[in-house]
Design a binder for this molecule. Structure first.
Ligand code: GAL
Ligand code: MN
Length: 343
């Protein structure tokens, strides 16, 4: 009897409630991570946006102390553990507080070349309502028509900075040269003025909150035409002669050229690499199928974004089913291509 009591005591001594709890949690975590890697290797790498992701959702809930919607059937984490931002996957209050304390200033770059100046008014007005509300913002407006930049009333801590740049005859060239210009001004100016850069298209309007939840070292956005598509159908550049070439068995997502960003340093590196690749293509007499978007996609294959934005952040009702989204935050403004491009 004495013996038995001793045993029980020893067992009790070894495994306190706390020990059992820690061991339990560790085991659970090991299984979760094991399961996660297993699925990621078997299925995720082939069809990254299509797989049920209950496990990653649970891990995310634990890490961020948030509760995801019960039937969350969208991908919320990449196989390399970068979060994918959808409505309901972050706590705006906590994030706003964190970024307010750091007194972060965000630079929003936008190009209004030639006739595209007509998009500026709506773009800026809606940005004042929805973009980085409560934070410091510099709008960097690249244009060849500075006198046509509209005067829009700005809230405190927000500035418009007009950067006069040259235009080019072809819209494709205008589009691609954005990489060069963002790169040049990152080094000359942005690095001294802002912490993060958000680089977007101008033929757009904000329609719901776009806040600090998007910020990370390097981020890209799922293209609204391909968020649920298989790798084989991604419209990467497929000609090996181009610097933007991506082989059939590589690539995780198809990203939109119209919304990317990160710290000024990361955007500097990205735009440098893309611009250099564009210049090599030019010298070789080839132009990537979707211009700088193709080069951006190539870059993201080998430099994985640390955060990915769902198509909520770049939406076009003509490309996807809007029922899949809880929010359409940044929307394409319909345009008459023939009347606007090259004009
Ligand atoms: C289109 C879009 C283009 C390009 C392309 C990629 O829907 O208008 O700008 O992104 O998808 O396949
Ligand atoms: Mn556009």
């Amino acid at each position: 009897m004495h013996k038995d009591q001793g045993k029980t005591g020893a067992v009790k001594g070894c495994f306190t409630k706390r020990h059992v709890y820690v061991m339990g949690c560790t085991t659970l975590l090991c299984f979760s991570v094991g399961y996660f890697w297993n699925t990621s290797n078997d299925i995720w790498l082939d069809t990254p946006t299509q797989v049920s992701n209950t496990m990653s959702n649970h891990i995310l809930e634990d890490l961020l102390q948030i509760e995801l919607p019960r039937r969350c059937d969208v991908l919320v984490m990449t196989p390399w553990f970068a979060p994918i931002v959808w409505e309901g996957t972050y706590n705006a209050e906590i994030l706003n507080e964190q970024f307010r304390q750091r007194n972060v200033t965000v630079g929003l770059t936008v190009f209004a070349i030639k006739k595209y100046v007509i998009f500026l008014k709506k773009f800026l007005e809606t940005a004042e309502t929805y973009f980085m509300v409560g934070h410091r913002v510099n709008y960097y407006i690249f244009t060849d028509r500075p006198e046509e930049v509209p005067k829009v009333e700005l809230k405190e801590g927000r500035n418009v900075v007009v950067l006069q740049v040259q235009n080019y005859p072809r819209w494709q060239e205008i589009s691609m040269r954005r990489m060069e210009m963002i790169n040049y001004f990152s080094q000359q100016q942005f690095i001294n003025e802002v912490s993060y850069l958000v680089c977007v298209d101008v033929d757009m309007r904000f329609n719901d909150q776009v806040g600090v939840e998007i910020l990370s070292n390097l981020f890209g956005t799922l293209h609204p035409g391909f968020y649920g598509a298989e790798r084989q159908s991604f419209t990467y550049e497929r000609r090996p002669a181009s610097q933007a070439y991506v082989p059939r068995d590589e690539g995780d997502f198809y990203y939109a050229g119209g919304f990317f960003g990160g710290t000024v340093m990361e955007v500097y590196k990205l735009t440098k690499k893309c611009h250099e690749a564009i210049m090599v293509d030019k010298a070789n007499g080839i132009e990537a199928i979707w211009q700088e978007e193709s080069h951006l996609n190539k870059y993201f294959v080998y430099h994985k974004p640390t955060k990915i934005l769902s198509p909520e952040y770049l939406w076009d009702d003509n490309l996807g089913r809007r029922e899949i989204l809880k929010k359409r935050r940044f929307l394409a403004v319909p345009k008459n291509h023939a009347a606007i491009r090259n004009k």
